[in-house]
Design a protein around this ligand. Structure first.
Ligand SMILES: Cc1cc2nc3c(=O)[nH]c(=O)nc-3n(C[C@H](O)[C@H](O)[C@H](O)COP(=O)(O)OP(=O)(O)OC[C@H]3O[C@@H](n4cnc5c(N)ncnc54)[C@H](O)[C@@H]3O)c2cc1C
Length: 248
């Protein structure tokens, strides 16, 4: 197969900002343009534009394996296997499964993702497909794919780090997202890009952040991937092996 015939890498962007002229939307536009210019196939799920429902509920299942009581992850498994998930969940999961790289663009709300994106994780990262049982981290259902996030913050850069008032940004404050969600389902989480203090800095500084982001995207393959627990260090029950050899 010649380089021209090789399948183009697929990038799927999940975007969480309501305003077309917001800084986060400008970050999303930079990312989409950069990937399109370099021959990637790019799809975008603009959660506000499609009025995505972020609330996990019994309405997510058109048919139930157990009608008496909802066990959400079990019904996710049944729903995917039988094609009876709500149509919007099907619409969101298929491009995720087709993608080589997932991109998330969002403003930080309360140390994490805004509700519309949090709900997307709840409803779309399906049990049995993206994770389940011992299929987590390196054995997660989305292993082999990468994730990259670009987000904006009100906080200043100096508020983070070992001595910062909020502690480490990526491995502390937002560990639940980068390890506990993206890493957990097996994604290789590329070091995210955070734009600090965005509402309060001058226009030229914000434009500088977009230039920085463009360069990051251009060189994404050289960017480090966050460490996640190595399952070989744990027992079949995912308990520590080395500290307590009696545990199996
Ligand atoms: C509920 C809530 C919780 C929050 N929690 C946190 C928190 O825990 N930690 C934290 O740090 N922050 C927090 N924030 C702040 C929040 O993260 C920031 O307000 C947000 O990240 C700013 O991004 P934005 O895209 O919404 O900016 P916008 O307000 O849309 O834009 C900021 C500025 O950028 C300008 N701009 C737009 N496009 C461009 C462009 N192409 N080039 C240059 N400038 C441009 C806009 O005109 C505007 O002046 C919170 C905010 C809310 C509402």
């Amino acid at each position: 197969m010649s380089a021209r015939d090789a399948p183009r890498p697929r990038v799927h962007v999940v975007h969480a900002h309501s305003e077309a002229d917001s800084f986060v939307t400008a970050m999303k536009n930079v990312i989409v343009a950069e990937f399109r210019d370099t021959g990637h196939q790019v799809t975008v799920s603009d959660l506000h534009a499609k009025n995505f429902n972020p609330v996990a509920s019994p309405r997510d299942f058109l048919e139930r394996s157990d009608a008496s009581r909802l066990v959400y992850p079990l019904e996710q498994r049944h729903g995917y296997a039988t094609g009876t998930l709500a149509a919007d969940i099907h619409e969101e999961i298929e491009p995720v499964l087709a993608a080589d790289l997932l991109v998330f663009t969002f403003p930080v709300y309360w140390f994490g993702a805004p509700a519309i994106l949090k709900g997307w994780f709840d409803r779309v990262l399906l049990s049995g497909v993206c994770y389940g049982g011992k299929r987590v981290y390196g054995r997660g259902g989305l292993a082999g794919k990468r994730a990259f996030s670009a987000f904006s913050l009100g906080a200043k850069e100096g508020m983070f780090g070992a001595d910062g008032i909020h502690g480490e940004l990526v491995t502390g404050m937002m560990r639940h997202l980068f390890q506990g969600t993206m890493g957990y389902v097996g994604l290789d989480v590329v070091q995210p890009f955070g734009g600090y203090n965005v509402p309060y800095i001058a226009q030229d500084k914000r434009e500088g952040l977009l230039d920085e982001l463009r360069a990051v995207v251009r060189n994404l393959d050289d960017r480090p991937v966050l460490a996640v627990p190595d399952l070989d260090d744990f027992s079949e029950k995912l308990l520590p092996l080395h500290e307590n050899p009696a545990v199996s």
